[in-house]
Design a protein around this ligand. Sequence first.
Ligand code: FES
Length: 156
Amino acid sequence: MEDEEQTTRGPHFVGKKDKLIEAKQSFRTLEGRDILIIYNKGVLHAMDAYCYHSGSTLQNGDIEEINGKMCIVCPKHKYKISLADGEGLYKATDPRVKPAVAKWFSKGVKQRTHTVTEINGDVYVKLSAETCWIDSDYFQGEKGKVARQKAAEDSP
Ligand code: FES
């Protein structure tokens, strides 16, 4: 089963380019994995649909440029995730530096991103084959699904 999944990661047809551009953010399920396709400034990106922090959907998150990187801002707790590589960015001050100036730092890759290609207006997504654990993986599994549902129920 594991091997079978490895060989069927796509590319999968996800829609016409003009429709994806118009929608700006489109949810798709590929091989049981929920992903978000995001159009920003002439580029289509794809990443796991649920935020690595606590599994809220990233759909409809604002897009902002942070430290030179285009990022989606999770609607739930405002975590910033770079569109290109799923890097988690946060702002902090180094207490050793005086005067204290807030700067952006990276937590590394936290959100799994996928590869988008386009052929004659048809857009395809190939799911990431990266084998190491990425935090957003949790919310694609069965335990994560339960956690997502619980978080949604607990939300005001
Ligand atoms: S669930 Fe996305 S920032 Fe908390």
